[in-house]
Design a protein around this ligand. Structure first.
Ligand code: PEP
Ligand code: MN
Length: 346
């Protein structure tokens, strides 16, 4: 995986045993597979949506993390949301922090944190804001740049969207790619764990990110994911992390700008095709249900006004473009015919 950056570790710091066990398993698995861990991650203070949820072990976990650094030689990074968190981290010898997606949405808090790191030797990772707002992400990074932070990283963790139906958070790949165009020298990592919300999607999302030219991955790793007190479904064991990394193709970073661009555009298309095929499959299954309703209630198979509504949807969504009108006409005709065929069978 050459120069790709790897961050792994549990979602939250739960107990000393959990942190040390995860670190020890990571150390062994990574050494056996000849890989190195750039940062050991964990959340000491967790920003949870609801107050009853597990909030992380708090500042006592910093002592446990000190041990993780001392015993395994890992560089630990944790999430900070207040200047006080930075002071506590510094006292524990933790010099790498990330700003979480819920904090990045607030320019007042980000500025406070940027002022607090000024003149101190922190590595700062800035996650994308939880809402899809590129300017907010760029602005947060600029606040840390203006505060003199030279070791900066950006982390893509997906965006909260009402209509996302596959992943927990929408990847909206265009946004991190635009960020990379804006800050070509800042390493851009992908956190597929939070995008996915379920470990079954980690491989797919990680590969897309690598194909887009991301500079590394942050993956939630826990010694016993099923017992995890937060984000249990998306965490994997250190052993599973190695299997995942083995399954990925890490592109060499030495490619021409044209090749790079072509690769990005193709990945964008592949990603869209996947969404289109999933949506089409979903559409067909609904067509079958409609067929059943028509059949059971003796309703006519073809209802022309309904088809006209479908055509209008496509036209209203900008597909009236001269170049596409013929294609759309044929596509809609085919889709309509195929729907009728399916419903006839019902
Ligand atoms: C995390 O990484 O555990 C986390 C809470 O991050 P985010 O801000 O992306 O939700
Ligand atoms: Mn998490």
């Amino acid at each position: 995986m050459s120069d790709s950056i790897l961050i792994a570790g549990p979602c939250a710091a739960e107990s000393k045993e959990q942190l040390l066990k995860t670190a020890s398993q990571l150390a062994v698995s990574l050494a056996l597979s000849g890989r190195k861990l750039d940062y050991f991650r964990t959340g000491v203070w967790k920003p949870r949506s609801q107050p009853k949820e597990f909030k992380g072990a708090g500042k006592k976990a910093l002592d446990w993390l000190k041990q993780v650094q001392a015993i395994y030689g890992f560089t630990v990074c944790v999430e900070v949301a207040k200047p006080e968190h930075l002071d506590l981290c510094e006292r524990a010898g933790i010099k790498s922090v990330w700003i979480g997606s819920r904090t990045v949405v607030n320019p007042f808090v980000v500025q406070e944190l940027a002022d607090a790191v000024r003149g101190r030797d922190f590595t700062v990772m800035v996650k994308n804001p939880i809402i899809p707002d590129l300017k907010l992400w760029i602005g947060s990074i600029e606040r840390f740049m203006n505060a003199g932070v030279t070791n900066l990283l950006a982390i893509h963790r997906g965006f909260a969207q009402q209509n996302e139906n596959i992943f927990r958070y929408s990847p909206i790949w265009e946004i991190p790619i635009e960020l990379k165009v804006h800050f070509p020298d800042i390493p851009l990592l992908c956190d597929p764990s939070h995008i996915a919300g379920d470990k079954i999607y980690l491989q797919q999302l990680s590969q897309i990110a690598l194909d887009f030219g991301f500079n590394g991955l942050m993956i939630e790793t826990h010694c016993t994911p099923l017992d995890a007190l937060s984000d249990s479904k998306q965490q994997i064991t250190p052993g599973e992390l190695i299997t995942l990394l083995d399954s990925l193709t890490f592109k060499s970073s030495i490619t021409s700008p044209a090749e790079d661009d072509l690769r990005k555009q193709r990945t964008m298309i592949a990603n869209l095709d996947e969404q289109i095929s999933q949506l089409l499959a979903k559409r067909m299954s609904i067509v079958d249900i409609i067929g059943k309703i028509k059949n059971e209630n003796n309703l006519p198979l073809v209802q022309p006004q309904q088809f006209n509504k479908v055509v209008k949807t496509y036209i209203d969504n900008g597909l009236r473009d001269e170049n596409y009108s013929q294609f759309i006409e044929k596509f809609l005709e085919l889709m309509h015919q195929s729907s009728i065929q399916r419903q006839k069978k019902v």
